[in-house]
Design a protein around this ligand. Structure first.
Ligand SMILES: *Cc1c(COP(=O)(O)O)cnc(C)c1O
Length: 469
């Protein structure tokens, strides 16, 4: 067994040599993995999951060589993955990972940068700032917006709502960062009935209460009903949603935003994936009006296919985000430069902005539009094929989301179970306004028409087998 490179008897040259061999081996294993990911069952087999036992157990007393560690991962880890990197994973709203973003991620691991401060990583800060501004431009948001690259839309909602909380309470003469929420003037948070659970969680983490919200009724697609909007004032945060996680529907921002702005309310947009529809000429109409908001949360790891973990918070007046997030200590960097940590809930962080930069740079505006259009057209193809076979599509397929019922709740769940077991593709289930449904989200750059047709055939077969059994 090779000696661990940390071994004091190894020379610097041999440490470098064994590291080079290890990394080349890891790259080879990764490439091999990706070459087979589209031909294996999408969900791992039960045997593969059971075999993970080899990686559990107590930490050995002595070292294990890095080669042996890598071998364990490839041997037992790879088969127990979900084939998110292939073209037939349609669960949740999971994007894939663009080649440029993946390659950048490998380099970022080699760079091992801490992205907290400029002085720790000029490259990370430069690329993160550039990528944030590219996101702002792609989403058609106002110049001057600033923000943070975070782990996902949950943290983007958290960061943006912290900025909202600061701004509203500062206006009411209350310093929430110093004095907390005990005794503070109340803030009303208005959400749609179909608000995403992560936004509610973010409100809980911010001390604003998971249940202390006013829920606005929605229509059959999950869009907030404008005529049911409660009175808003300057102590209100109105949370709009661009892209419902089930139907893909958009709250009517062009109607709601002018009302909220006139009332002096803060408008926050949860646009984890839907906001990216803006980039496509064909889908732009759905996001009309969202640029009037004060803050936005979105994901790099969903529609843009940047890979995990990548979320983005943007705020119209970044000073509010800074007031909520700035860190202060004598040894930390202060000064005039933009320091990521002053806008981010985290301090030490990997350079995930570099992957965002690389993915967006590889796509360009037209590449991003193409992902939106291609995946949405795949969704329409699924819906048409399912309808043609007599199954009920429950939503208007406006972007990349499809909800389908195969009959009653039990039957639909059994069909989903059969499909998951078959392994051609993977879809989850949901309950949409009382109806149990299978949910198809086409979010990966890697999905081809052939993937759609193979998956559709597997869905129809699962439904047929259920009917005849
Ligand atoms: C996925 C999603 C979230 C949560 O995003 P994460 O990246 O998983 O934290 C929030 N809101 C909406 C609308 C989503 O689709």
């Amino acid at each position: 067994m090779p000696v661990a490179p940390s071994h004091p008897r190894q020379s610097a040259a041999s440490v470098a040599e064994s590291r080079a061999a290890l990394l080349k081996h890891a790259a080879r294993d990764a490439v091999d993995y990706l070459e087979t990911v589209n031909t294996r069952p999408v969900a791992p087999t039960r045997e593969a999951v059971n075999a993970l036992a080899a990686l559990r157990g107590p930490l050995p007393d002595g070292p294990t060589s890095p080669e042996a560690v890598l071998h364990l991962l490839s041997e037992y880890g790879s088969p127990a993955t979900v084939a998110n990197g292939g073209g037939r994973y349609f669960g949740f709203v999971n994007g894939g990972c663009l080649p440029a973003a993946m390659a950048a991620g490998w380099l970022v691991s080699a760079w091992d940068q801490n992205s907290a401060f400029q002085v720790q990583s000029p490259v990370s800060v430069a690329l993160e700032e550039t990528a944030l501004d590219w996101v702002r431009q792609l989403l058609g948001l106002p110049a001057g917006c600033g923000g943070a690259v975070v782990t996902g839309a949950t943290m983007a909602n958290f960061a943006a709502l912290a900025a909202a909380r600061h701004a509203l309470l500062a206006r009411a003469g209350w310093d929430v960062e110093s004095d907390g929420l005990f005794g503070a003037p109340p803030i009303t948070v208005v959400v749609g009935e179909e608000v995403h659970s992560s936004l509610i969680k973010a409100l809980g983490m911010l001390g604003m209460g998971r249940n202390r919200v006013v829920r606005v009724p929605v229509d059959g697609q999950g869009r907030m009903k404008a005529d049911s909007l409660p009175p808003l004032d300057a102590n209100t945060i109105l949370c709009l949603q661009a892209g419902n996680v089930n139907t893909g529907a958009f709250d009517p921002a062009s109607v709601l935003c002018p009302i909220a702005r006139a009332a002096g309310a803060w408008i926050h947009v949860d646009g984890a994936f839907g906001l990216w529809a803006t980039v496509s000429a064909e889908h732009k109409r759905f996001t009309h009006g969202y640029d009037q908001a004060d803050s936005w949360a979105t994901d790099g790891h969903k529609w843009p296919n940047i890979g995990y973990d990548c979320g983005i918070a943007l705020v119209r007046e970044p000073k509010h985000l800074k007031a909520a997030m700035a860190v202060e200590a004598a040894y930390l960097v202060q000064g005039d430069q933009r320091e990521p940590s002053h806008y981010n809930p985290e301090l030490s962080r990997r350079a995930r902005g570099v992957e965002l930069w690389a993915g967006l740079r590889s796509l360009g505006r037209s590449g991003m539009a193409e992902i939106v259009e291609r995946t949405s057209s795949h969704a329409r193809r699924f819906a048409a094929g399912l309808r043609a076979a007599g199954h009920q599509v429950l939503n208007d397929v406006v972007i990349n989301q499809v909800l389908v019922s195969f009959g009653g709740p039990e039957k639909t769940l059994r069909v989903v179970g059969r499909l998951q077991k078959d392994g051609t593709c993977w879809c989850g289930s949901t309950v949409w306004q009382g109806h149990t449904a299978m949910r198809i989200s086409v979010s990966s750059w890697a999905t081809t028409v052939e993937d759609v047709d193979r998956s559709l055939a597997a869905m129809l077969k699962a439904a047929e087998d259920e009917a005849t059994d």
